[in-house]
Write a protein that binds this ligand. Structure first.
Ligand SMILES: Nc1ncnc2c1ncn2[C@@H]1O[C@H](COP(=O)(O)OP(=O)(O)O)[C@@H](O)[C@H]1O
Ligand SMILES: [Mg+2]
Length: 466
């Protein structure tokens, strides 16, 4: 091989070597590009999974929130919601909601109402929080919601929808309403208890006033007894004195010759107004006797009546009881009512007389209170071989039939506070029942009422019970 040929061959070899080096470098470059691409690819994959995972988490969270959550686009179509909300709408999954609007929901009835709210919240850009509204459910019921609506705003400050959150407060409202009723009931009960306590205090007071009155009545009895017997005696003596004076007066003409005597007599007579005294003195005594008689009667009834707490069974005449009751309340009712009596002369029965007097008193007071201006109270009695009865009737305002069923309930009253306690008839009823009897009422509204107490003539109950 010539030197020229050899040099040519070497140059060619060098060219080829350089070309290979270049190709190798290119290959290297491509390889590293490939590695980078591969790396980028796997990074992208990772990010995608991360996004998917965080989306899952977010959905899990909104499904876990103990509330209904939804969001709508500016045209008020659902963009998304939690599962609970989809269930409220009667859908099986939240994806069924997407793109629909309220008109397509079970609550179409309320759609206009909800949408007006949504628009207002988006337009104003201010949330509307915790307001109450109604919703028709998938089962056709109407429930109460507490709702909040908040505008959805992006970073560029543009509103792109509205977010709604609500919870069902139907049960809560029901409990609240129940509670309100309970509170009202308790308040009423409390009022009743206070009234009952007052009533008890009053009756304790009445009982001690009663005892005081009984004591006083006993004390007054004595002086009244001697005042009246002295007055009787005085009346007799004054009558005698007057007849002696009369005899003297007849003898006056015999003193014609004794001018000094006559003048003295005339003078004494005219100073004391003799003829008037002569006419008036017996009247004075009679009136005083009358007054003492009346006072004695009052004292007697007071004694009778104030034995309320001595619960002893005794034979008593109920007509007498009526009379003494009438005496007690007479001063209060005389301006309103005339009393008509129709007594049958009922036989005595064994009873707790003071307690029955209390019953008569309650009935008579009620009768008087039922009369607006003027009327009549009718007391009537009767009996047969087994029973006796006493009726207290009036021409008062009467009792409406719906009230008639309730008047014996404790605390039932139609009278203003302070006037009625509603305990009178219930107490009366208890007393009558204790006697094995019954208390009945009949009434014609606007015309009047009649209360009848019927009692067995012979005691039915165990004597120890009282
Ligand atoms: N003679 C009557 N006429 C009309 N209503 C009556 C009569 N007696 C009782 N009532 C009715 O029955 C209610 C209960 O009576 P009562 O128990 O004595 O309580 P009170 O008199 O304190 O209201 C009265 O508020 C009244 O409405
Ligand atoms: Mg009463």
């Amino acid at each position: 091989m010539s030197t020229d040929e050899l040099a040519l061959l070497r140059r060619q070899l060098e060219r080829e070597r350089a070309a290979r080096k270049q190709a190798e470098a290119l290959l290297d470059e491509k390889l590293s590009e490939l590695t980078i691409a591969k790396q980028r690819f796997s990074e992208g994959k990772l990010a995608e999974t991360a996004i998917a995972e965080s989306r899952e988490l977010l959905l899990k969270i909104i499904d876990t929130v103990p509330a209904r959550v939804f969001w709508k686009d500016p045209d008020l179509r659902f963009l998304g919601c939690n599962t609970a909300f989809a269930k409220d709408a009667g859908m099986s999954s939240r994806d069924d909601m997407i793109g629909k609007d309220d008109y397509q929901m079970v609550w179409a009835e309320q759609a206009d109402f909800y949408r007006a709210d949504d628009r207002e919240v988006m337009a104003s850009g201010t949330p509307r929080l915790h307001f109450e509204e109604q919703q028709t459910t998938a089962s056709g019921e109407t429930v109460w919601l507490r709702t909040s609506k908040i505008p959805l705003v992006n970073d560029a400050n543009e509103t792109f929808g509205v977010l709604g959150v609500y919870e069902d407060i139907t049960e809560y409202r029901r409990i609240e309403a129940d509670n309100r009723v309970h509170v009202a009931e308790l308040t009423a009960l409390n009022g009743m208890l206070i009234e009952a306590q007052n009533q008890m205090l009053r009756s304790v007071k009445m009982a001690s006033v009663g005892r005081l009155a009984a004591g006083l009545a006993h004390e007054i009895d004595n002086p009244f007894a001697f005042i009246s017997s002295n007055l009787e005696a005085l009346k007799g003596q004054v009558t005698d004195l007057l007849s002696v004076l009369e005899a003297y007066e007849k003898a006056e003409p015999a003193l014609a010759g004794h001018a000094d005597f006559l003048t003295a007599i005339e003078q004494a007579k005219s100073t004391m107004n003799f003829s008037f005294v002569q006419r008036d003195i017996l009247n004075l005594i009679s009136e005083s006797l009358d007054g003492v008689q009346r006072a004695k009667k009052i004292v007697a009834t007071l004694k009778d009546f104030s034995r309320v707490d001595t619960a002893e069974w005794q034979l008593a005449n109920l007509e007498k009881g009526l009379e003494s009751t009438l005496n007690i309340v007479w001063s209060e009712i005389k301006y309103k009512a005339k009393i008509k009596k129709d007594y049958a002369g009922i036989p005595e029965i064994e009873c707790l007389a003071p307690q029955l007097n209390q019953v008569f008193l309650n009935l008579v007071v009620n009768a008087a209170q039922a009369i607006d201006e003027r009327g009549v109270i009718i007391l009537r009695t009767g009996f047969d071989e087994h029973e006796v009865w006493v009726e207290v009737g009036d021409t008062g305002k009467g009792i409406e039939s719906e009230d008639l069923e309730r008047i014996f309930e404790p605390f039932f009253t139609t009278k203003p506070t302070g006037k009625g306690t509603g305990l009178g008839l219930s107490l009366a009823n208890n007393i009558v029942r204790r006697h094995g009897g019954r208390l009945e009422a009949r009434s014609k509204p606007g015309k009047g009422s009649v209360f009848r107490i019927t009692l067995p003539r012979h005691r039915l109950m165990n004597k120890d019970e009282s």
